[in-house]
Ligand binder design. Structure first.
Ligand code: FES
Ligand SMILES: [Fe+2]
Length: 457
């Protein structure tokens, strides 16, 4: 393998594109795209997960200047609604304006610095809880108690306007960038906007929303969801019906994806798996139980399960489901926008976000949202369930069968961190194709931090 090889080796067996050829419905162009990139095969330095210095670089040159998902637009529908967005020991407020535009400010009082808002909520003005300085929603200084004592504030009105972050929206998501000179969100997102057009995530609501503290660096947590290579050892129970090592991996500039087919068997299984076994396994039917769905002789479990999924979503999505491919019904279309935002395409409904846990580089917050379609009046978004210390995902019924899978993923994470702290090996080693998204995340991170340092001189 040379650095010039544009197409790394692939798993034997059925490819994702082969499965699309056999789809029972027309396949959208977005799924026919292929963008493999060989990004080199050097190890990734361990310090990226373990060192305080690297964490400080991320704070200064990543989180203070990258576009990042803050909330959904419908988390702050009315003028005066706001959320507190915390990242790596930094805090911002995102506020709906009287004209229904959105502004974001560093969450810091311009008197003596107190965080202005501690919780999400609704307000008619932004008043500091310490001495009562207050700002209008648009950031103009509105009130200074005992104003007679601050003639010098009057003389410097520009310094007492709340400084603004950049704000942008896409597909119902609100993004902020603390850097006032950042490129527009549209440029940063690039082609992902067009790729998601058909899935209309702006027409969804948050049906389930869960957070959990993970005892590992935020990148350890995120990377566990950035490849399907771990499935064989971590989730062996799903190998009958998940095409893990023949996932398709596509890398663009600031986003990437891994597509893993459902109702297709892992190439790592060395014996044939019949269609009914695949179906039973997906439905989690026990040996001594009758399967609720039988695959007839010569039938395809993938086609039957896709049709069942169409019927599941028909009440919410309408007959549009009849134009949608088996892949959109069945597969994990797992996109990642640099650096930490993971919206899935089509009907898997998942959105992940991974953040450092406050200013601690050895723990992180994993967040799962299910974005569901609906018909009729828009249902209210789920309130966020913050799982208690080491409380399992299985305590949140809204996660359904995925909760058990997340438990298996989380089980590894603190052990990965421990191993990274202990190892004598200076770097982690990655697969060329299957783990290309992990490599891409690290390369973008390195480039981004380098650019930031150069710009700062
Ligand atoms: S710190 Fe906010 S009013 Fe004093
Ligand atoms: Fe997993």
């Amino acid at each position: 393998m040379t650095a010039l090889d544009p197409r790394p080796a692939r798993s034997p067996g059925v490819s994702y594109q082969d499965l699309l050829d056999a789809d029972t419905h027309p396949v959208p162009d977005v799924l026919r795209l292929e963008s493999p990139r060989f990004l080199g095969d050097d190890d990734i330095p361990i310090e990226r997960y373990t060192s305080r210095e690297w964490h400080e670089l991320e704070k200064e040159y990543l989180w203070k200047r990258v576009w990042q998902f803050a909330c959904r637009e419908d988390h702050i529908p009315e003028a005066g609604d706001y959320i507190v967005y915390d990242i790596a020991g930094l805090s911002y407020i995102v506020v709906r304006q009287p004209d229904l535009s959105i502004k974001a400010y560093p969450n810091a009082c311009l008197h003596r610095g107190r965080r202005l808002k501690d919780y999400d909520g609704h307000c008619s003005e932004i008043r500091c809880p310490f001495h009562g300085f207050a700002w209008a929603l648009d950031g103009a200084l509105a009130d200074v108690p005992a104003k007679w004592d601050f003639p010098h504030v009057d003389e410097r009105p520009d310094d007492f306007q709340l400084p603004e972050c950049r704000v942008g929206t896409w597909a119902g998501f609100v993004f902020i960038n603390p850097d006032p000179d950042a490129e527009p969100l549209e440029d940063f997102l690039g082609g992902i906007r067009e790729q998601f057009d058909i899935w209309k995530l702006e027409d969804r609501y948050v049906e389930t929303h869960v957070t959990r503290v993970i005892h590992a660096n935020w990148k350890v947590a995120q990377e566990a969801f950035s490849e399907a290579y771990h499935v064989n050892a971590t989730h062996p129970q799903i190998l009958y019906y998940l095409a893990d090592t023949n996932s398709q991996v596509d890398i663009w500039d600031d986003f990437a994806r891994v597509i893993t087919a459902g109702l297709s068997t892992s190439p790592l299984l060395w014996y044939p798996v019949d269609e009914n076994t695949m179906m039973r396994s997906m439905l989690d039917v026990r040996e001594d139980q009758e399967s609720p769905i039988q695959v007839p002789e010569g039938g395809s479990a993938r086609a039957i399960a896709s049709q069942a999924s169409r019927e599941r979503w028909r009440p919410a999505v309408g007959d549009r489901v009849d134009t949608m491919s088996d892949s959109e019904m069945m597969d994990s279309i797992d996109y990642t926008v640099f650096p930490n935002f993971h919206p899935w395409g089509a009907f898997n409904r998942i959105v992940y976000r991974f953040r450092p846990n406050g200013d601690d580089h050895r723990s992180s917050i994993m967040e799962v949202l299910f974005l569901s379609p609906y018909s009729g009046p828009k249902p209210p978004n789920a309130t966020i369930r913050h799982l208690a210390h080491d409380e399992p995902f299985t305590n949140e019924p809204g996660l359904g069968m995925l909760a058990k899978v997340f438990e298996q993923d989380v089980f590894n994470m603190s052990k990965v961190q421990l191993g990274l702290e202990t190892t004598r090996k200076p770097g982690i080693t990655l697969a060329n194709y299957q783990e290309a998204k992990v490599r891409w995340l690290h390369q973008r991170l390195g480039e981004f931090i380098d650019e930031g340092r150069k710009a700062a001189g």
